[in-house]
Design a protein around this ligand. Structure first.
Ligand code: DCP
Ligand code: MG
Ligand code: MN
Length: 336
């Protein structure tokens, strides 16, 4: 699923990464999140290590790679493939689960339930399945949503959203975040962060923007509907550029305010894996990082927070790295 990443890893490790990725994907769609994470972590360590793996020892010396995965690395190095891949990924049930979980809004448990009902194809679902509104939209745009979005198209859509935001309120700014900001050649969706001054009432900003984008024809479907006078700040939907042969694309819009810009920008830039590890690190240092703020002086007992601490000012991303005692990492280096 991350095949389009700007590949910082070495060409020689490609087959190893490919085979392990197949297992990570298969375990994810089967609902075995724990195993899937294990493989994902190992893959990220291999991508980062900067050396060509040539033995079991090379592999087992990496953080997050234990005996079991190292043995698999060895098998791939020896034979060019992994027998477990055909066992785990290529049976007919897994293929059906794969087909179903590729529908936006369908997770492992829904896919499994449909499989147990005897459904095997997308046509089965269309004819006999019970789908939520989201899943119906996911099914309608099945092929389009599997396609990666070239950077240039992400920019085009981002520009339209930006112009519309400014026409509603000149002080609003729009920034492309997510995999686009991390420099990927192509993206899974378009993530736009809209920033407003703190004193502006956030009510209606998002709903006004969405209404204009729908009237202009850019937004074609909602995946989560925003209450008209609500305070929601996250929108997930579908858009399509005007013109012939334009695909339907997933569009996310996030509304944040100036005072939370640093943590928000970092959160929405991701990657999700990077966010998880930097939050874990913050916790280890008695701090707590969220998409809104960084807190210090946190006292925990197990998972329970005994003292909520105080806010550490973090006007930009650099200040967050500094407060955590880390060297700055540009977005391109935040895949894990
Ligand atoms: N995010 C997160 N945890 C999640 C999902 C998302 O922290 N479970 C954050 C980090 C992501 C950002 O939101 O980078 C945008 O989410 P996307 O799902 O759009 O992921 P990306 O933009 O990184 O990748 P893709 O190209 O697949 O959209
Ligand atoms: Mg994205
Ligand atoms: Mn997104």
């Amino acid at each position: 699923s991350q095949s389009s990443s700007v590949n910082t890893s070495l060409e020689e490790n490609k087959i190893v990464i490919q085979e392990l990725q197949k297992l990570a994907d298969a375990f994810r769609i089967k609902g075995d999140t724990w195993r899937s994470h294990g493989y994902t972590k190992a893959i990220s360590a291999i991508k980062r290590c900067g050396k060509v793996l040539s033995s079991y020892e090379d592999a087992v010396s990496l953080p997050g790679v234990g005996d079991k995965i190292a043995s698999k690395v060895w098998e791939i190095l020896e034979t060019g493939r992994l027998r477990k891949v055909s066992e785990v990924c290529e049976d007919s049930k897994t293929k059906v689960l794969q087909l179903f979980t590729n529908i936006w809004g369908v997770g492992p448990s829904t896919a499994e339930a449909w499989y147990l009902q005897g459904f095997c194809t997308l046509d089965d679902l269309k004819e006999k399945g019970t789908l939520t509104k989201q899943q119906q939209i996911g099914l309608k745009y099945y092929q389009d949503f599997l396609e990666r979005i070239p950077r240039i198209e992400v920019e085009e859509i981002g520009e339209l959203v930006s112009v519309m935001a400014k026409s509603i309120q000149p002080q609003l700014t729009a920034t492309l975040v997510g995999s686009y900001r991390r420099g990927k050649e192509s993206c899974g969706d378009i993530d736009v962060m809209i920033c407003k001054p703190d004193h502006l009432d956030s009510k209606n900003i998002l709903s006004q923007l969405l209404e204009s984008l729908k009237n202009s024809g850019l937004i074609t479907d909602d995946l989560v509907s925003i209450e008209k006078d609500g305070n929601e700040r996250k929108y997930l939907g579908v858009c399509q550029l005007p013109g012939e042969n334009k695909k339907h694309r997933r569009l996310d819009i996030f509304l944040v305010q100036k005072s939370e810009l640093g943590p928000a920008l970092m959160h929405y830039t991701g990657s999700a894996l990077f966010n998880r590890s930097i939050r874990l690190l913050a916790a280890k240092k008695g701090m707590s990082l969220s998409e809104h703020s960084l807190h210090g002086g946190i006292v925990r007992e197990g998972l329970k927070v005994l003292n909520g601490g105080y806010i550490i000012p973090t006007p930009d991303e650099k200040s967050i790295f500094e407060a955590l005692g880390l060297a700055y990492r540009p977005p391109e280096e935040r895949d894990h």
